[in-house]
Design a protein around this ligand. Structure first.
Ligand SMILES: [Mg+2]
Length: 229
């Protein structure tokens, strides 16, 4: 692919799509199967956390001992993936406003696109595939790469270089939580925070994000930010 030196890394939940009931169910089923935990975990703030990070928090809060957590941790994550892939046809997610147009425009302008998401990689692809967005994203950094969000941003950048020969210096992360912004900070990446998740634009303003938008609907404005020349 021809590139114009710009790389944009997108978060998934709350940024590209909304609602992932099946993903939540995959957690519930997996912790029940491996740890016999049936507590209500819907009250936890998952926003911007990685799947393994959420799993560990849920289990720790449920009083599962560290050793027991470790023993079945990978099998539990794998079960989540299997469950998700099996039930993704029931996933009731919506593509957020402006997303289809924005991705299509960026692709046509030869911007390299990738993901930075806490989703386990197969779940990310299945989720985006469900709404026809997966083909935009040939690579990314995922929850399966790192439990910490910074680690998966690092991985996405490595893959951009190694797999897609990206050597530009104009890089953006687009996300909906303070964690998305924070994770990008060590890497001198431009950050664009969007208030389509659980955080308001006022809250996102306080993260020090370079740009804060209500949503991704104003295509002209976003293109002006990403490719000003
Ligand atoms: Mg998100």
């Amino acid at each position: 692919m021809v590139q114009n030196g710009i790389l944009v890394l997108f978060d998934i939940d709350g940024t590209l799509v909304r609602g992932a009931r099946c993903h939540y169910q995959a957690f519930v089923q997996a912790v029940d199967k491996f740890y016999q935990m049936r507590e209500d975990i819907s009250g936890i703030n998952y926003a911007g956390k990685t799947d393994p990070q959420i799993l560990r928090e849920v289990l720790t809060m449920g009083g599962v001992e560290e050793k027991a957590i470790q023993r079945d941790f990978q099998a539990c994550l794998q079960y989540m993936i299997d469950y998700y892939q099996k039930h993704v046809h029931q996933e009731n997610i919506q593509v957020l406003g402006g997303v289809n147009e924005l991705l299509s425009q960026l692709q046509s302008k030869e911007v390299l696109l990738g993901l930075t998401t806490g989703n386990l990689e197969p779940i990310a692809h299945a989720k985006l595939g469900r709404v026809g967005l997966d083909d935009y994203f040939p690579f990314g950094g995922f929850g399966s790469d790192s439990e910490e969000r910074r680690g998966l941003v690092k991985k996405a950048l490595e893959r951009a270089h190694d797999l897609h020969h990206y050597h530009g210096d104009r890089i953006f992360v687009v996300g909906d939580t303070p964690r998305d912004v924070d994770a990008a900070k060590p890497f001198q990446i431009h950050t664009l925070a969007v208030a389509t998740g659980r955080y308001s634009s006022q809250e996102l303003d306080q993260t020090g994000a370079d740009y804060v938008l209500e949503d991704l609907k104003d295509l002209d404005r976003i293109l002006e930010i990403i490719m000003p020349d």
